[in-house]
Design a protein around this ligand. Structure first.
Ligand SMILES: [Zn+2]
Length: 208
């Protein structure tokens, strides 16, 4: 796993170079003496503020950045890079009452069980192939394990989403793979509309 905190603080060049490994899981380095390709299989996890001051969109504290500063800050991450990110989650500030509350969330054991259960389904699916998990599926496998498993409602939802969100071909495959994993988590071989809907809502919202 590669975790990049404060994503917009990285140089644009650095970020654009990540597109190849994110797509091919390899990295090619070219020097005068020749070109070498190395394996670079990682899961990218990254965090960023909504604006330089951090309060853009905050319900209680006002953002002190100008509109152009906010827009320039957010545009440091290119569309093609964002297109390769499957899950976007907005994390609002946690209020004091919630931080101080004693009710506990799920334990790590419970979460781990869920991950192991979901991974086991994928191990069974890809037995005898070179694949390990859903993320590694190529368009051929996406057709076999995702597109052909959509129930009728999911099919019409997908058609609607493709038209309304104008998803790229890459985004189309990524949404389907994520929906596959969500269905695996629910123990379902078919991908139902609710699995697909969840995958779609994790995609990047249009920036305002
Ligand atoms: Zn701000």
């Amino acid at each position: 796993m590669l975790f990049l905190d404060e994503l917009p603080e990285f140089g644009q060049q650095v970020l654009e170079v990540m597109r190849q490994p994110l797509e091919d899981r390899t990295v090619t380095i070219s020097r005068a003496q020749g070109t070498t390709t190395y394996p670079a299989n990682f899961m990218l996890v990254t965090a960023m503020n909504p604006c330089p001051c951090g309060y853009y969109g905050d319900p209680t504290k006002e953002c002190t950045c100008s509109e152009s500063t906010v827009s320039r800050y957010q545009k440091r991450i290119s569309g093609p890079l964002l297109d390769r990110v499957d899950i976007f989650v907005e994390v609002p500030r946690v209020e004091y009452e919630k931080l101080a509350a004693v009710t506990e969330g799920e334990s790590s054991e419970m979460v781990r069980d869920r991950v192991e259960y979901t991974r086991a389904a994928q191990t069974r699916r890809f037995e005898g192939t070179r694949l390990v998990c859903n993320a590694e599926m190529t368009p051929t496998e996406v057709r076999e394990h995702c597109q052909s498993k959509l129930d009728e409602q999911a099919q019409s939802l997908l058609r609607l989403a493709m038209a309304q969100l104008s998803l790229s071909a890459r985004a189309f495959h990524r949404v389907l793979k994520l929906a596959r994993t969500i269905a695996d988590m629910a123990g379902s071989d078919a991908i139902a509309a609710q699995h697909l809907a969840e995958a779609i809502q994790y995609r990047q919202r249009v920036r305002g």
